[in-house]
Design a protein around this ligand. Structure first.
Ligand SMILES: [Cu+2]
Length: 130
């Protein structure tokens, strides 16, 4: 009698375990995929990241942006107000060598916007919001 009870309990556990395993196989947890990556711009030798790269962002998805000055001269990063009002302006304020600034790119309308360094007009690139 006691052995029967032990057997029944053991079989119940095995059955529950098997059902749980099958359930996970049929319904795998969804993979989370972020729409965009965080952005790191490093001011160095009067460029951002060496190439002033295009930055792609998704409309209405705030994108974390870190601007770091690894140069010996002062830089900043600005994004001016757009005619269509489609992007939140950015101004890091002057960054000396070794300083960084954390902000976000927030585009409300698709379009191509510009980021630049106020001190060095050649340091400029595009933010493309889609
Ligand atoms: Cu600069």
């Amino acid at each position: 009698m006691r052995n029967n009870i032990i057997a029944i309990v053991a079989i119940s556990f095995l059955t529950m375990g098997a059902l749980w395993g099958i359930g996970n196989l049929l319904n795998p947890p969804p993979e989370v995929e972020l729409p965009v990556e965080d952005i790191l711009l490093i001011a160095q030798r009067s460029t951002f990241n060496g190439t002033n790269p295009d930055i792609h962002v998704a409309v209405n998805v705030p994108t974390k942006l870190v601007v770091r000055n690894d140069d010996v001269v002062t830089h900043d990063l600005r994004v001016d107000e757009a005619e269509n009002g489609g992007i939140t302006p950015i101004n890091t304020a002057p960054l000396r060598g070794g300083q960084d600034f954390l902000t976000a790119i927030v585009a409300a309308e698709p379009g191509t916007y510009e980021y630049y360094c106020w001190y060095h007009p050649e340091m400029r690139g595009r933010i493309i919001a889609q």
